[in-house]
Ligand binder design. Structure first.
Ligand SMILES: Nc1ncnc2c1ncn2[C@@H]1O[C@H](COP(=O)(O)OP(=O)(O)OP(=O)(O)O)[C@@H](O)[C@H]1O
Length: 826
């Protein structure tokens, strides 16, 4: 344990001499070795100076949270700390207060230079922390600076040496360490790593190693995160001294805030935007944060939604934006009461947007930790919030297991696809009308593929009628082929040399002294075949491997190479899966073929809007029709401005009709009700049900269904004649009035009618059948019974501080880790 003495601590906070003009005269007499903070009910009870206390009071912070109580006490005692607490539990103050107190107790002044460093993974988080520091530290005399890049380095360099507390991102800090002549961290007292596990992970590892090398070994180190690292390697890198692990929620039942309601839905990739739209239309009064995988996806989804006008302000935040736009988006979302922000994981950690009602993870997070941080943007500090995770069928099992392992309570909501609005046709027509939008959609699609590295069964969405050309897949394929070809040639050459070696050993002693391969004697002795293999190598290097003048050897090598590649493809699922892209493209073509055929056979439909989707998916054309369809398809595409639509890198002829057998076209065409996004849904006009996704009602509906199933199971298993073992439980219908079993009555329950679930719980407990019934209910696959209601849900849902300001170039290069640990493009 490190010890630093806090002289003249004024426990009562009444020391008048601790005003900003009298820092050094506050002669501290009391010294203490150990302070027990466990009984501190208020900040006043801590041995902190009046200036800090004043800063806290003026910001309306009176009582410490659990993590603050424990961590502040230990930090004041000089410990290195690994602090872990749920999202939104107040970790920021848990390190800001010790920093201020530490420097204050050391009588730090501007002449002493850099005393404390706070390192944050993103600019937004650094900015936010800096704002809190300014509020709490405004009665102190310390200088503080925000160093997140952008301004000319020189401008910052002139001030950074006089800055006592620096809040920074790793990239910009290292730049100063490397390039600012007078930058000096020798006297640094305390360093904080906010979101420590993120900062210490692979994306920042080199930068952080370099930074740590430049910091004095004798310092206090505080690490904070909701998902704290315990990696011995990380701790060794930081040379922590007897660190104390402060994990206030370690024994909690859940690792997410208790007030956070969490649910997930499973839907196909190509239906995600329909689902998002349907969700937004039902939550127009809410503040919603939607997470997507990559910048380009955020950019496109934002642009697409903006054009469709969902009836709620939309905005975007991602690393590809210029800094000023980033700040603008951040501030706008902070200040709005109802809005939807589309964001990458840049907004996943630490950001404290006030009063967010919903966090929607439209793309699966890379792991459970990322899920925790994303979901933690809502339900912060005693507030309620809801989180919705959208999973692909292929992601469900693994992700749900991860979440369960991490003690995250999450409930499955079944999606009734018939209640989704379809905005596909509208988006397609928007894309056709605006080439830039279509290009954005294509880029989004490709970057998404790059980011998640193609899993099988992905289908085109994003409003594109067809899959765009995926150049990187082709390149990657070609590169692999070339590598494998080279290797095969070399292997064959070596094998031949080995065979001929005894001969050449006898005939010439030169071969012993030759190089690894391709020596004069070798080429001489191996004759034309080796020459030919060299040619192949050359051709490969020149990218000329498709030449028709291939030797037998080349053909042989190619064949074996192809076999190897096929094997590799089958083995290695996460690798780029050309086949599924082909399939996607073919499916898209098939959609068009179907449309055209339907049009031909039905004059009425032929007169209808080109962009509308055909309901008749049983087209049943044979391959004979293909060229016809293709031509009309091309014409149609030309009309719609999709000039390059058919320049696929796929074997169109064969794949098209092979795929047809495997793919349920209903899944893609005709099932989703077409809707004019500006007018609302046309779903179930008779009942006035406008469709859409309403999670609260869906949950209630599912509860009602569960109850019915319990009744059914109990009734059927025991037989009608037998007495109901649960008959002593009063019938809620008698008490609260009868309820209908149809959908609309189930949906009409409000929050004040809990008897259904109450009885179910009691019955579940007594019968022990809860799990079985719930499972059978979810397995039933009767989607038509799901509840997704049309009703728009009105969700309840001073001092001498120096600000170096924002304006910066992207220094973070936030290289978020992908699922497989590779760097992901953000
Ligand atoms: N003692 C306190 N009293 C009242 N409100 C507090 C207190 N401490 C923090 N808060 C508020 O709680 C919210 C969350 O705080 P903070 O951002 O520090 O959480 P966090 O634990 O760092 O979250 P994350 O893990 O997401 O980074 C903020 O709005 C903050 O103002």
């Amino acid at each position: 344990m490190k010890s630093f003495s806090m002289s003249a601590i004024d426990v009562s906070g009444s020391d008048c001499s601790m005003c900003s003009s009298d820092t050094n005269s506050s002669a501290r007499e009391i010294k203490f070795e150990y302070f027990d903070s466990s009984k501190c009910e208020k900040f006043e009870d801590f041995p902190i100076c009046k200036k800090t206390l004043k800063g806290l009071t003026s910001s309306k912070f009176m009582k410490p949270t659990d993590i603050q109580r424990e961590a502040i006490g230990l930090a004041l005692n000089g410990n290195d700390i690994l602090g872990a607490a749920k999202t939104g539990s107040g970790k920021t103050l848990a390190f800001i207060i010790p920093i201020l107190e530490h420097l204050y107790s050391e009588k730090w002044s501007q002449n002493d230079g850099l005393g404390a460093l706070i390192i944050s993974p993103t600019r937004e988080l650094a900015f936010q922390t800096f704002e809190v520091l300014k509020k709490i530290g405004k009665f102190h005399d310390f200088s503080a600076g925000l160093v997140i890049g952008g301004k000319p380095l020189k401008e910052e360099a002139g001030r950074i040496n006089r800055t006592n507390i620096v809040v920074c991102t790793p990239g910009r800090l290292l730049q100063h360490m490397d390039e600012t002549t007078y930058f000096n961290a020798d006297s640094l007292q305390i360093v904080v790593l906010d979101e420590a596990d993120r900062i210490l992970d692979m994306g920042f590892s080199q930068t952080m190693n370099a930074i740590i090398e430049n910091l004095p070994a004798e310092r206090q180190t505080l690490l904070f995160s909701a998902t704290q690292t315990r990696s011995v390697k990380d701790l060794a890198r930081l040379s922590l001294t007897d660190p104390v692990f402060v994990s206030v929620h370690e024994n909690a039942t859940n690792s997410t805030p208790e007030q956070l309601e969490q649910s997930y839905m499973v839907c196909e990739q190509h239906e995600k935007l329909n689902l998002l739209w349907s969700f937004l239309k039902n939550h127009l009064q809410s503040k919603i944060l939607v997470f997507l995988t990559c910048c380009k996806e955020v950019k496109y989804v934002y642009e697409a939604m903006r054009r469709l006008r969902p009836g709620i302000p939309v905005m975007a935040l991602h690393g590809g934006l210029p800094q000023l736009r980033r700040v603008e988006a951040y501030n706008q979302f902070v200040n709005k009461q109802r809005a939807c922000l589309f964001a990458t994981d840049i907004a996943a950690r630490g950001l404290d947007f006030p009063a967010v009602n919903w966090v929607v993870q439209l793309d699966c997070p890379e792991d459970a930790n990322t899920y925790i941080h994303r979901a933690g943007r809502t339900a912060r500090y005693e507030k309620d919030g809801q989180a919705l995770l959208v999973l692909l069928p292929s992601e469900e099992e693994a992700m749900v297991k991860q979440l369960n392992d991490k003690k995250i309570p999450i409930e499955k909501i079944r999606v009734n696809r018939k209640r989704l609005y379809s905005i596909q046709a509208k988006m397609e027509s928007n894309c056709a009308a605006e080439p830039e939008l279509k290009e954005a959609a294509q880029r989004a699609f490709m970057t998404y593929l790059k980011s998640v590295y193609l899993m099988s069964n992905k289908k085109v969405s994003l409003g594109l009628a067809i899959a765009p050309k995926i150049r990187f897949l082709k390149k990657d394929q070609k590169r692999k082929e070339e590598q494998a070809l080279k290797q095969t040639v070399v292997e064959q050459k070596l094998a031949k040399n080995a065979q001929k070696k005894p001969q050449s050993e006898e005939s010439s002693s030169e071969s012993d002294s030759g190089g690894e391969e391709g020596t004069c004697s070798e080429s001489d002795s191996s004759g034309s075949e080796v020459n030919s293999s060299k040619e192949i190598e050359k051709k490969v290097e020149n990218g000329d491997s498709d030449s028709s003048e291939e030797s037998d050897l080349e053909n042989e090598a190619r064949t074996s190479n192809e076999k190897k590649l096929t094997k590799l493809k089958q083995k290695d699922k996460p690798e780029i899966n050309l086949k599924s892209v082909k399939q996607t493209e073919s499916v898209s073509k098939l959609q068009k073929v179907n449309k055209l055929s339907t049009k031909k056979s039905n004059k009425e439909l032929a007169d209808s809007d080109e962009s509308s989707e055909s309901d008749d998916s049983e087209s049943g054309e044979s391959s004979d029709n293909e060229s016809d369809s293709d031509d009309s398809e091309k014409l149609k595409a030309l009309k719609a401005g999709k000039t390059e639509s058919f320049s696929f890198d796929v074997d169109e002829d064969d794949e098209l009709f092979k795929v047809k057998k495997d793919v349920d076209i209903d899944e893609i065409l005709g099932v989703l009700p077409e809707v004019d996004p500006n007018k609302g849904s046309n779903v179930d006009i008779e009942t006035g049900d406008a469709g859409g996704i309403n999670i609260a009602l869906a949950k209630k509906r599912m509860e009602a269904e569960d109850d019915e199933e319990v009744q059914a199971v109990l009734g059927s298993s025991d037989g009608e004649d037998k007495a109901d073992p649960l008959s002593f439980i009063p019938d809620p219908d008698e008490i609260y009035g009868a309820r209908g079993s149809d959908e609309s009555s189930a949906e009409s329950y409000d929050d004040a009618s809990p008897p259904v679930s109450k009885k179910r719980k009691i019955q579940d407990k007594l019968s022990g059948r809860k799990q079985n019934t719930a499972e059978s209910s979810s397995d039933s696959g009767d989607e038509s019974d799901d509840v997704i209601n049309s009703d728009d849900d009105v969700s309840s849902s001073g001092g001498d501080v120096m600000d170096t300001e924002l304006s910066l170039k992207d220094d973070e290069a936030i290289a978020l880790k992908s699922r497989d640990g590779k760097t992901r493009i953000v």
